[in-house]
Design a protein around this ligand. Structure first.
Ligand code: EPU
Length: 318
């Protein structure tokens, strides 16, 4: 079945042409999905269409489909670093999430090679690692994301990023072709991977090493203790809002400006960590954007620093 023409756009509800997607990903296409359900900030209007593929090939087919029909596409993982506008997202949202979370591991001497699909939750990866004695990724503990998104933004701490564990990645390019990239062809930096525009990471190969499970447990415990102490773990948030400026900390600067507790509608600068915005309940994207604007303004004025967003912002304002 082919697209019924641009006249039916952007009103996809019930549009017969979406049946194509349902053929590519049977029973994994939903319509009018509130993005507040798919983001850790619990904010955002509805996505026209949500597609949740289970294999790299399905991702490739969806990408070819949207490209041929010039339908807007947004790709997401856990939604833990994401602010979606109150007006939602037009077109197709492609979510790489369980059950696109298969993994397998091989051992060579003391090296562990782990292959996994992009929708694997980091939390699950950490649990398997602890159970099996896989060392080297302890710094990822407490990060709520999924593997693909974590690789795409080189998630981690200011000192360490998941990129340092990557051996190869498999991505789908904008033409819908599967491309394998070796580590040496990849450029990771602080919270960033140089990923060609429109490419979607679908699988990653990580290199870990054997480590005593007790030692891993101790390291995870200590890191989680610090996180719980310094970060608002029990309230809805999207993690750090801004990247740290070189050699400094966005949280420290915002705190110094006296902005902890600053509130717009239901959104507030966390009283525990100034680089987090928490949803006190009922916050809108508009509230969060106003808060971001105000923080940037006051930090630029008071500290002379231009804060760069780590948070990804997508969708329509209203
Ligand atoms: N600080 C303050 N006030 C605050 C917050 C922090 O004075 O309100 C000070 C702290 O006392 C410390 C310094 O700023 O001296 C750094 O703070 P912290 O150790 O909390 O680390 P961070 O740089 O704010 C980074 C990552 C976090 C990661 C932690 C721990 C960025 C933008 N953030 O935070 O990552 O969990 O280190 O490793 O790099 C995320 O990216 O979403 C995230 C949560």
């Amino acid at each position: 079945m082919s697209v019924t023409g641009q006249s039916s756009w952007p009103n996809p509800m019930g549009g017969a042409h979406w049946a194509d997607l349902e053929q590519i990903c049977p029973e994994r296409v939903s319509y009018g999905v509130p993005m507040s359900r798919l983001t850790t900030l619990r904010i955002g209007g509805s996505a026209d269409v949500l597609v949740r593929p289970t294999t790299a090939e399905e991702v490739a087919r969806v990408i070819r489909w949207v490209r041929q029909r010039q339908v807007p596409l947004f790709v997401m993982g856990r939604g833990s670093n994401l602010l979606v506008g109150d007006g939602g997202i037009r077109g197709v949202v492609l979510q790489l999430a369980p059950p696109m979370d298969r993994w397998k591991a091989g051992v060579e001497g003391t090296t562990i090679y782990l292959w996994a699909q992009a929708g694997l939750p980091l939390r699950r990866l950490m649990r398997e690692g602890l159970r099996r004695g896989w060392g080297g990724m302890e710094f990822l503990v407490g990060i709520p994301g999924y593997l693909g998104g974590a690789v795409a933004m080189n998630a981690g701490t200011p000192q360490e990023g998941i990129g340092q564990l990557v051996k190869t990645i498999l991505w789908v390019d904008p033409d819908g072709e599967l491309v394998t990239k070796e580590r040496k062809a990849l450029e990771f930096s602080y919270r960033k991977l140089e990923l060609p525009h429109g490419c979607v990471i679908v699988e990653a190969h990580l290199r870990l090493f054997e480590k005593d499970a007790w030692e891993i447990r101790e390291s995870l415990r200590e890191r989680m203790r610090r996180r719980r102490q310094n970060q608002p773990c029990e309230t809805s948030s999207a993690g750090s809002i801004f990247k740290n400026p070189p050699g400094d900390s966005a949280g420290r600067i915002i705190d110094e400006m006296g902005l902890k507790g600053l509130t717009v509608g239901g959104a507030q600068i966390s009283k525990r960590h100034a680089n987090f915005i928490v949803n006190l309940g009922g916050a809108t994207a508009r509230d969060v954007l106003a808060l971001i604007h105000e923080v940037r303004r006051r930090v630029a004025q008071g500290a002379g620093t231009d804060l760069e967003l780590e948070l990804q912002i997508v969708g329509e304002a209203s």
